[in-house]
Design a protein around this ligand. Structure first.
Ligand SMILES: [Zn+2]
Length: 267
């Protein structure tokens, strides 16, 4: 089993949010064993746990006692990769900074600060397969000694009909998954803006998909499906456990991830 981890010194990160466009400052501090990841906003401690998820449309929003923090998934994904399970995250703002739209800078900022703690981390293992569906999306879990994610996405777009990526080993996360940016379709941008989303998006922090191809330069030919794995790992980290299982995702998103985690943990 792995040890719990925190960081050895505090760090400040700031930037604009993807959806609100608002500027947020985050101060990360070490936390004792068995604390978990706690966002602290106006003195309210909001646990990074699926039980506090209140919105899953385009991003994950956590809320406790009227205090919300949005778009936590990329940051949490990087913490899962690094094994950081105990952290105080003071936030002065409503949304986690989007940085470059991926998890790469979070990993860069934090990887040299990781510190092992004495207690072992809680693991989630399963003895039989499970599957969960919402409409056409499906997610399956199989027993495995190692965390692996096979993901496939499909969109009604001539260009992005199917993409599949298999993360066989979490050690490849930094090179294969972390740099993959959030993405959106050209045709939906206007509608998203009307809904008050993506006001902080630009061509530096998001990959824009047009009818015939990418509008801006992709970092990988299959960047969208890699980003889906990035999101999935952030969502799964809201279980608060180290996952010893293989995940197969067929078009799954935040809502289905939350449903699957809560079913798995409640047995
Ligand atoms: Zn994302």
């Amino acid at each position: 089993m792995d040890r719990q981890r925190t960081i050895k010194e505090s760090v400040k990160v700031e930037g604009k949010g993807l959806h609100t466009g608002c500027y947020t400052k985050m101060y990360l501090h070490s936390a004792p064993e068995n604390t978990g990841v706690l966002f602290i906003k106006n003195k309210v401690k909001i646990p990074a746990n699926y039980k506090f998820v209140v919105e899953t449309s385009r991003r994950v929003v956590l809320e406790k006692d009227g205090e919300k923090i949005s778009t936590v998934e990329h940051f949490l994904s990087s913490l899962y990769y690094l094994g950081i399970s105990n952290l105080y995250v003071e936030v002065d703002g409503d949304e986690v900074p989007i940085l470059d739209g991926s998890a790469f800078y979070w990993v860069e900022i934090l990887e040299d600060l990781v510190k092992d703690q004495d207690d072992l981390i809680n693991e989630l293992t399963i003895e039989k397969p499970y599957s969960f569906r919402v409409k056409n999306a499906e997610i399956l879990f199989f027993p495995s000694s190692r965390f692996q994610v096979l993901c496939t996405i499909s969109f009604p777009s001539s260009f992005l009909r199917w993409q599949t990526f298999y993360l066989k080993d979490l050690k490849d996360y930094k090179t294969e998954i972390a740099p993959a940016r959030t993405f959106g379709f050209y045709y939906e941008v206007e509608d998203l803006i009307k809904k008050g989303l993506v006001s902080g998006a630009d061509l530096n922090n998001a990959l824009l998909v047009g009818e015939g191809g990418y509008v801006n330069e992709p970092r990988f030919k299959d960047e969208p499906v890699r980003h889906k794995i990035l999101d999935l790992i952030g969502d799964m980290s809201l279980s608060g456990k180290r996952l010893k299982l293989k995940v197969i995702s067929i078009g799954s998103g935040h809502l289905l991830h939350m449903k699957a985690i809560s079913c798995l943990l409640r047995g």
